[in-house]
Design a protein around this ligand. Sequence first.
Ligand code: TYD
Length: 153
Amino acid sequence: MQITLVILKPSAIQRGILGEVISRFEKKGIQIVGLKMVHLTDKILAEHYAHLFNKPFYGRIKDSMQASPVVVMALKGVDVVHVVRKLTGVTNGRDAEPGTIRGDYSMSVQENIVHASDSPETAAVELKRFFSDSEIFDYASHLTPYFYANDER
Ligand code: TYD
């Protein structure tokens, strides 16, 4: 099984849709193995969005991501990095497919509700950025036989 990182952005918190968004992952059959609220410091954010740090719009992304705390989650499942990116939808909420989180909740590129790791390698780095080992829990999910066949997990 894989683990991936999701950030519920200030847009999700301010609009009061944390529960709805988290519920989508739960209903899909993805196990929540870490969850907490944090404030993103300048340093963490610069690391997290290093690929955008030199863009002219980095300042507005920073303001947006620091407008309130965020909720970070560690999500576990088979191929979960890929599955969560599919559930999330493309970056621009106006282009994202209906049925995806961004497609259903966002009209914006920046205010697009969630961040999700884009590869297993990125997920490993991003999980370490936000969670210590003791904050990610290894516990039995008793519904696993109803979410996967024996040879899928
Ligand atoms: P990026 O890592 O390209 O997308 P994704 O979140 O889909 O993996 O961009 C990170 C965030 O930066 C994105 O969620 C919203 C913001 N952003 C903009 O505001 N404008 C832009 O042109 C881009 C590329 C990103």
